[in-house]
Design a protein around this ligand. Structure first.
Ligand SMILES: Nc1ncnc2c1ncn2[C@@H]1O[C@H](COP(=O)(O)OP(=O)(O)O)[C@@H](O)[C@H]1O
Ligand SMILES: [Mg+2]
Length: 270
């Protein structure tokens, strides 16, 4: 859908993992988290990733932002190995808003790092907070907000500096089902506005299908690509009503079987 906005990029993939492997040297031995993982992420795509616990999902993102180094293979952004990590917005699993900053100051933090002038920072942060219905909470501190509010703050903080790529690691994991649905819809709206490339990790298959253009299923550790599925459900989507959609139900059943295979193959590792 977003290809129309990116004619100059043609078939160029914004991000490519080529045969990426990662082995950790843990005290008690070596753990191969990822093995020969290859995937091309298209410009503007919303790619979701599911896989059993411990199969290397977080590792994949940590390699991308340089928190870890691959043991083999390449990660290329627009064909280049040198990735400007300031162009990536990372939403980690647990919201990590600074407790001593208000919500607005948290959202402004990446803009401060990039020397955006104060008035401009304020305009951008309040704009984003309004988009996720948090304008009235801009001057509150994280401890005064619900988990869902903090996580919305966390997400708009990762968007505020206009990154090329947004990566999210189970961002809605700890939230209750209703808040999750609300945030999923809000995330889809933000994404539709922004047209950014997103890699979204989740252990929740319904969420992966509801949000993604494609779903990548990883095997049990060491994580490899088991399969990649298109999600041909038209947008805009309302995640609340997807269970009525036969394409959604069919994918849920097929991918559910695949995931179950991997979970039983991996035992209860981790
Ligand atoms: N820094 C590390 N040192 C050693 N082992 C690690 C480290 N990070 C992750 N691992 C191991 O690598 C495997 C994959 O971890 P992770 O990427 O966090 O999985 P997931 O996010 O899919 O649950 C796990 O077995 C985990 O224990
Ligand atoms: Mg993880």
């Amino acid at each position: 859908m977003l290809d129309r906005d990116l004619p100059s990029q043609g078939g160029l993939s914004v991000l490519e993992f080529r045969q990426v492997s990662k082995t950790y040297d843990a005290g008690h031995g070596r753990v191969t988290a990822l093995k020969d993982l290859s995937i091309s992420v298209r410009p503007g795509e919303f790619l979701t990733v599911v896989g059993p616990s411990g199969c290397g999902k977080s590792t994949l993102l940590n390699l991308l932002v340089g928190l870890e180094q691959p043991s083999g293979g390449d990660i290329l952004l627009n064909g280049s190995r040198s990735i400007d990590r300031r162009r990536i917005g990372y939403v980690m699993q647990n919201d990590n808003l600074y407790p001593w900053r208000t919500l607005r100051e948290n959202v402004e933090f990446p803009l401060e790092l990039r020397n955006v002038p104060e008035a401009e920072r304020r305009r951008i942060s309040l704009d984003y907070l309004a988009k996720v219905h948090l304008r009235d909470f801009a001057d509150r501190y994280p401890h005064e907000l619900s988990g869902g509010m903090r996580q919305r703050g966390n997400i708009v903080r990762a968007l505020s500096f206009s990154p090329d790529l947004i990566i999210m690691d189970e961002p809605f994991g700890p939230l209750d089902a209703q808040t999750r649905l609300l945030l999923q819809n809000q995330l889809l709206e933000l994404w539709a506005d922004e047209g950014k490339t997103v890699i979204f990790i989740t252990h929740d298959l319904p969420e992966a299908i509801a949000l993604g253009d494609r779903v990548m299923v990883l095997t049990a550790r060491p994580g490899r690509v088991k399969s990649v599925h298109d999600v041909p459900i038209p947008r805009p989507r309302n995640v609340r009503h997807l269970h009525e959609d036969s394409v959604y139900r069919d994918l849920l059943s097929r991918l559910g079987d695949e995931l179950a295979e991997e979970i039983s193959a991996g035992g209860v590792s981790q």
